[in-house]
Design a protein around this ligand. Structure first.
Ligand code: ADE
Ligand code: ZN
Length: 346
């Protein structure tokens, strides 16, 4: 008899998927990290289990945003060469393809990738773009890129990233994202950066209402021009903001397991996703940092159905909603939706 969990996951794996919110820096394979550590003399535990405690959430640890963010402190030791960046980008796309992701917007943080070796930001951007294009072709996934900046970094650095992102629009960079520690850093210093990004024709998605209040979602929409919100799961705490997002059709990039592991919700089954949907919000399902969370998008679809009561039809409609919210030109978006409708038998 097949293991029932594996058999169920197989059914979710068979669904064609759309991923709008996945961080490159949160997708590194453990065995790849060991390889890189060996090649570059990085001193980390040499066995996978001990390494895992540093870079992945463990069942027994305190689920908080501090613990979650602390994993990136180890992860950022690995970005040591163009080859490393090429490999992690390729593997991120290969892993998505294995999970039957058909369309993915992969976000990456040029400042974080450049720091260990002081690589110029434009080189890092070029390496990620080139590797993503090659891998997208090789594995048959449509991939677009989002340039992220972290809240604790300066707005001057963010501005450099925005300029570079705008320069690389023709090579698949579609948007800018504000990420990082929402609990302790404000978004106000970045108003100007995101205004310029929008004027340069980039889309905008903002992490908000995850580790901060619903008011941050309002600020993301009204001041930063966010068309989509990363997480936004605290929005129901404020009726005005809920109504605002509903009227605008703002898409929410919800990442259930990530929210549980970073202490936003006390249990998977208590996630506000069903209530958000009930209120008419435009929600989509995503992974955030699959290797930190030890999940796939199939796993998240499974949780939506098993822990949060989604029907198969609701799940399929949310896959289409994600395609509808993709940062693609109209004709390409319609092509993607048409293909998904066919594959999902809708
Ligand atoms: N960077 C990577 N994962 C993140 C998250 N869940 N929130 C904010 N920034 C992040
Ligand atoms: Zn995120």
């Amino acid at each position: 008899m097949p293991d029932p969990i594996t058999a169920t996951l197989k059914n979710y794996r068979a669904l064609p998927k759309v991923e709008l919110h996945r961080h490159l820096e949160g997708t590194l394979r453990l065995d790849t990290m060991l390889d890189i550590a060996g090649q570059h003399g990085i001193t980390i535990p040499a066995d996978i289990l001990r390494l895992s405690t540093l870079v992945q959430m463990q069942e027994e640890e305190n689920f908080s945003f501090q613990t979650f963010l602390s994993k990136f402190n180890t992860l950022r030791l690995f970005y040591r060469s163009p080859e490393v960046i090429h490999r992690i980008t390729r593997e991120a796309i290969e892993d998505a393809a294995k999970d039957n992701v058909k369309y993915m917007e992969l976000r990456f943080t040029p400042v974080a990738l450049s720091r260990a070796e002081r690589f110029p930001l434009h080189d890092v951007m070029d390496w990620v773009i080139t590797s993503a294009q090659e891998a997208a072709q090789k594995y048959g996934v449509i991939v677009k890129l989002i340039a992220s900046v972290n809240r604790h970094e300066s707005h001057e650095l963010a501005e450099q990233v925005a300029w570079l992102a705008a320069e690389h629009k023709s090579r698949g960079i579609v948007a800018m994202d504000l990420a990082g520690n929402e609990a302790e850093f404000k978004s106000e210093p970045f108003y100007g950066v995101f205004k310029e990004a929008r004027q340069a024709g980039l889309h905008v998605t903002i992490h908000a209402g995850e580790w901060g209040p619903a008011a941050n979602v309002r600020e993301a929409i009204e001041e930063l021009g966010a068309e989509r919100i990363g997480h936004g799961v605290r929005i129901l705490e404020d009726d005005y903001v809920t109504q605002l997002a509903k009227e605008r059709g703002t898409a929410f990039e919800v990442c259930v397991t990530s929210n549980y592991q970073s202490g936003v919700v006390p249990a998977l089954g208590l996630h506000p996703l069903p209530a958000m949907l009930e209120r008419g919000l435009n929600i989509t399902l995503n992974t955030d940092d699959p290797s930190i969370s030890r999940i796939t998008l199939s796993h998240e679809y499974h949780i939506a159905c098993d822990n949060l009561g989604f029907s198969e039809d609701t799940l399929k409609q949310r896959i289409l909603a994600a395609a509808q919210a993709a940062f693609l030109p109209d004709a390409e978006r319609e092509r993607l939706i048409g293909r998904l409708k066919q594959d999902l038998k809708l």
